[in-house]
Design a protein around this ligand. Sequence first.
Ligand code: HEM
Length: 461
Amino acid sequence: MQSWGQTSTLRRMTENFVPVGAPVHRRVMSRIETALAARRNVLEVIPIPAYRQPIVSGEMLSRWHMLADPAGYRRVMSENLANYPKSEIMRRMLRPAIGDSLFNADGADWRWQRRAVAPVFTHRNVVALAPAMTATAERAAARLEASGGRAEMVHEMLTATFDVICDVALSGREHFDARAFGAAITRYFQTAGRASLLDFLGVPDWFPRPGEILAGGSVKTMHDMVAAAIQARRQMGRAGADDLLDYMLAAEDPETGQRMSAEDLVFNMQFFIVAGHETTALALAWALYLLANSPAEQAAVRAQARAQLGSRAATAADLEAMPLVTQVLEETMRLYPPVGLLARAVLEEDELCGRVMKPGDILFLPIWALHRHEMWWEQPELFRPARFGADVRRDKYQYLPFGAGPRVCVGANFAMMQAGIILSTLLARFSFAPAGPGPRPIMSMTVRPDPGVTLAVKVVG
Ligand code: HEM
């Protein structure tokens, strides 16, 4: 029998708002039940002990482990990184869309791409992209003002962040139909993006997955559009380096001088466009859900945003003066990390939390459970932005919404800046209250609120 977190007891105890948790199963599931649950909602396969112990192990077709221990994450993500490459299950799901571009590559192929792409995302370059974020925040506010007092925030935030990524990835857009691209992304997520039951059952790699066949059309649409935009830019010969594509065209490995091939560029741009907006939009929608249900926290952040912004939209330079906005975003991604679970392979024997990892084992990294773990967080179910106050110290590997070590998210600065600009602009102008069914977290590739976050939106005087 499954229930959604342990919220009812806590609610009685604290009279606080307790954000919705993951569905947890109170008995051990059979293999087929686990496979079906993973297809429905990846969060369902995280067993209760993963929220209470440093590591949980079991056997399905191969031996698996779920790690929820900061020292263990340090070993996997930094100290012994080469022993834990990305798992083939995840890479396979992503390969049709993003090939072996930066996110999916391993070894030497990853290293040179990382060296070439990292300078594109330096703080200076991201600040240069911020005016597009401010303009988008302004448009998002105008849409909310015209919404008639009620809006669904996942849709609103996806529209806003997609707007940003289209502007900063492929500015001008003369050769890019954002609406058609958006529709293709949605089709992709509904098909190939779902963890394949066949993968969990161990059906061989060459066997075609139904999702891949269905998703083929949408992937081709996306690739063709990105390739056409790149081609058009090359013909224009613009060398101004004023959007992400310009930076990528100019990117090269500082050690070897290697440049991206046409295919590398399409796959990497494709990944930036999809990952660069979906994850951030989900973090924003969850933040608005949490604030709508926490009037005191909402009032405090609004006061800070209004004091800094008045009625104008935020810029990159404003964020430092509004630390509460950043704290809300950080606490939101603790409770609802957009990337809730990662998977790694084990190459050679190693030890994690006193347990032996053997070659061929699968190592799951349930960021979701690490962030709600009883050993590392006090009252982990509660929404408390003050956990991220400037004077609070914690193990760096206890909080990992962007991963860590050499493979840490290359777009983390970009995401935080975009989310801070949009959230503070909206909070300075509107108040939010719940106005629809409470959302439930469902994870396929990212952690989404289902069926959405519908809120009452009121202009504040
Ligand atoms: C709130 C927003 C975001 C979240 C939560 C997020 C999360 C993550 C995580 C957890 C990883 C590490 C994956 C692993 O270790 O297996 C990652 C990697 C990556 N992310 Fe993000 N991301 C976000 C936004 C972005 C943006 C805006 C971009 C680019 C425009 C981006 C590009 C990448 C890339 C290229 C990698 C692969 C880096 C490598 O393997 O060297 N992400 N992200």
